[in-house]
Write a protein that binds this ligand. Structure first.
Ligand code: ATP
Ligand code: MG
Length: 330
């Protein structure tokens, strides 16, 4: 008990007023999920019924999210390194996103794909919810992109190929991600892309996202118009991401959100002259207003730009600290 108190005091999080506990009535809806992949983590876990904060040594903060911070952590018995995402129950209730967090946990715990960040399980105490996540050693794709300015076509094609594979898997599991953007993509130990943050998956993010984040950049025409949307919203964001990886800015970027809105609605895109014809061809087939007319994901993998730049088996590039330097920018 004493240990637990000490460990929780290590969290460098702002003090908050005492949080209300999560609804106990709806608690029964989520079964405790106990399915760690790693053999060692699993062995340790099988001896117990549930995880607790005292099972982990906490390390440095890895990042800040809107509703919580993420810390490096190591499971004491197996010494397995994970990322612990810490969410405050009070903030979740105040923002009325309890349902969304439950979804995120339910969905991400079930998905198993090399390009999707694993969630091994979760636990909670009086004030916080802890999500046990796979540790993505090389951080957010967003940071890598900002450091480099933009990626060459081979690198971008490899990321698009791997993201497409992850989305094919999600869609087969009836999961629509709905929030694909560089901030929600992490880079793993072998520099492989990992989709993270399933907070908006399945649920409609349209109205909420606009008020919460104020960014329209990755939303499809049907989403900004509040129309019903399907799996094809992820195909649209794949096109937006492809452009941002190659150019450094999203295609519908504008000073004011009403300009972005119009650019999305009428698909007004300007391609810089350094973009190849094949890349333009792929983006123009993804960024299509009518959702049913967007290129199916399986055809993305067969597109000449992908076949030429990212043939099967070619791994993502390794970036060392020198070539991350801003001097290396285009
Ligand atoms: P937001 O709502 O603003 O998207 P969030 O609450 O979803 O934030 P995350 O995006 O999950 O929070 O995490 C915030 C940051 O922490 C990420 O941008 C990343 O830098 C870091 N981070 C999150 N998860 C991991 C992980 N598994 N491995 C390494 N770093 C991580
Ligand atoms: Mg996020």
């Amino acid at each position: 008990m004493e240990n637990k108190k000490l460990a929780s005091d290590n969290f460098k999080v702002p003090a908050l007023p005492a949080g209300r506990p999560l609804h106990t009535s709806s608690k029964a809806n989520i079964p405790e999920i106990k399915e760690p992949t790693s053999a060692s983590l699993k062995n340790t876990h099988d001896k117990k019924n549930a995880w607790a904060l005292t099972d982990f040594d906490l390390g440095r903060a890895l990042g800040k999210g809107k509703f919580g911070n993420v810390y490096l952590a190591r499971e004491k018995e197996s010494r397995y390194v994970v990322a612990l995402k810490v969410l405050f129950k009070s903030q979740i209730l105040d923002a009325d996103i309890e349902h969304q967090v439950r979804r995120e946990v339910e969905i991400q715990c079930r998905l198993r794909h090399p390009n999707i960040l694993r969630m091994y399980g979760y636990f909670h105490d009086e004030k916080r919810i802890y999500l046990i996540l796979e540790y993505a050693k090389h951080g957010a794709l967003y940071v890598l992109l900002k450091q480099r300015g933009r990626f060459d076509e081979k690198t971008a094609a490899i990321y698009i190929r791997d993201l497409t594979k992850a989305l094919i898997y999600c869609h087969a599991k009836k999961v629509i991600h709905r929030d694909i953007k560089p901030e929600n993509i992490l880079i793993g130990h072998n520099w492989e892309l990992k989709i993270a943050d399933f907070g908006w998956s399945v649920h409609s993010p349209s109205s909420r996202r606009m008020t919460l984040c104020g960014t329209l950049d990755y939303l499809s025409p049907e989403m900004i118009e509040g129309k019903p949307h399907t799996y094809a919203v992820d195909i649209w964001s794949l096109g937006v991401l492809c452009y941002e990886l190659l150019v450094g800015l999203p295609p519908f970027d504008a000073k004011h959100s009403n300009q972005t809105y119009l650019k999305i609605r009428y698909v007004i895109i300007k391609y810089p002259e350094y973009i190849s014809e094949k890349a333009k061809d792929l983006m123009s087939k993804l960024l299509v207003v009518v959702p049913e007319h967007r290129l199916p994901l399986t055809s993305v993998l067969q597109h000449p730009w992908i076949l030429e730049n990212a043939p099967e088996g070619v791994p993502p590039p390794v970036f060392n600290p020198e070539n991350l330097h801003p001097n290396d920018k285009h």
